[in-house]
Design a protein around this ligand. Structure first.
Ligand code: PMV
Length: 354
């Protein structure tokens, strides 16, 4: 074959769950025990940029993450590569003299270079942005015709939460009923313009890698937590209905109450795991106390908090005025320094996949 290289670059923001996914009913297909809802962030602040390239001169699939080569042999990457390759279509670029038939995707090897503009594996959902971006970029490279929802079901097999990063705005991951996972995919509840008063501030309490990966943590929780059974069957289904209502009606009081309660229950489920998992630290707890006191002092909640699998706080202010006040208070009580355990603050808006 002639020498050529065909590349595609994509940028995908991360998403933060306001009703959490925690626990798989099928580990290899990544099928969750409950539905979840998230908000997709502005790609300027927390995003992954991925370039995928294909050339007849490549003799193996390779990937670099933040400049360091990583192995692509893991099941998650292999699942995504296999699924997209199977959906590749004929591609032609006459100017560059490139002609690829759909069956060629099986034998052509790809190189992937991916960069996160935020700490990797520190509970800031880096895998969500990373796997969503990889699937999106590979689909474009291989000329696959799948829509965002179909791609979300593939990204899900890379990292569960990744399926929600295929859309901007508010996104629901429907757990699905099928054993083969065909109906476990993401749908957009509202686009990024629907509720644009909201401002998100992320307090980077620590950018160290978390001690317990979400894969190990979820496995232990599913095997040992009784609280998880109650959460998945009784609590989350009702919360999902209410959260959809809160988003539809832009009801911040209901939104904040549900998001905070769900974050707290997710961490309670982690504590109910054997051995217990501690994702939050003292600084995280102090941030919760501050927000709770502030919200109780006002007539209705002003700020919602949510914490993923790490100590970093995701704070959602009801509008820009409140966000300015929030940042002022955070800087006063938690100035970035080694003593307070606080690293920095990141500002983000809701946004769309670009
Ligand atoms: O997709 P994973 O394996 O990174 O798990 C993410 C789990 C949480 O971030 C804690 C919750 C969520 O719904 O994103």
């Amino acid at each position: 074959m002639a020498e050529w290289i065909h590349t595609v670059t994509a940028r995908t923001p991360t998403n933060i769950a306001v009703i959490k996914y925690w626990g798989k009913r099928d580990e290899s297909l990544i099928l969750p025990v409950n539905d979840s809802i998230s908000v997709t962030l502005d790609p300027q602040h927390l995003c992954t940029t991925t370039t995928v390239a294909v050339s007849p001169s490549f003799d193996q699939d390779r990937m670099w993450l933040n400049g360091k080569e990583i192995s692509l042999s893991g099941g998650r990457y292999q699942n995504c590569l296999r699924e997209i390759r199977a959906r590749g279509e004929d591609f032609e670029d006459k100017e560059k003299g490139i002609k690829i038939a759909k069956q060629d995707w099986q034998k052509l090897r790809v190189h992937v270079a991916s960069y996160n503009n935020f700490p990797t594996a520190a509970g800031l959902a880096s895998s969500a942005a990373g796997l969503a971006c990889l699937v999106f970029a590979l689909a474009k490279l291989m000329n696959a015709k799948e829509d965002a929802s179909q791609l979300s079901a593939i990204a899900r097999q890379g990292s569960g939460s990744a399926c929600r990063s295929l859309y901007g705005g508010f996104v629901k991951w429907i757990m699905g009923k099928e054993v083969n996972g065909s109906d476990s995919l993401a749908v957009q509840l509202a686009d990024e313009n629907h509720w644009d008063d909201l401002v998100i501030i992320i307090a980077v309490v620590s950018s160290r890698q978390k001690e317990t990966s979400s894969t190990t943590g979820m496995r232990d929780t599913v095997e040992t937590s009784i609280l998880l059974q109650h959460r998945a069957r009784e609590v989350v289904p009702k919360r999902i209905v209410k959260m959809e209502e809160a988003i539809r009606n832009r009801n911040f009081s209901l939104f904040a109450q549900l998001a905070c309660a769900d974050s707290n229950q997710f961490h309670a489920v982690c504590l109910d795991t054997c051995p217990p998992i501690f994702y939050m630290n003292d600084t995280s707890h102090r941030i919760i106390s501050c927000i709770e006191k502030w919200n109780r002092f006002e007539e209705s909640p002003q700020v919602a908090y949510t914490f993923d699998a790490g100590p970093n706080a995701v704070l959602i202010a009801r509008n820009r005025k409140t966000a300015a006040l929030l940042l002022q208070r955070l800087l006063y009580f938690f100035p970035p320094s080694a003593d307070t355990d606080m690293g920095s603050y990141v500002l983000g808006d809701k946004s769309i996949l670009k």
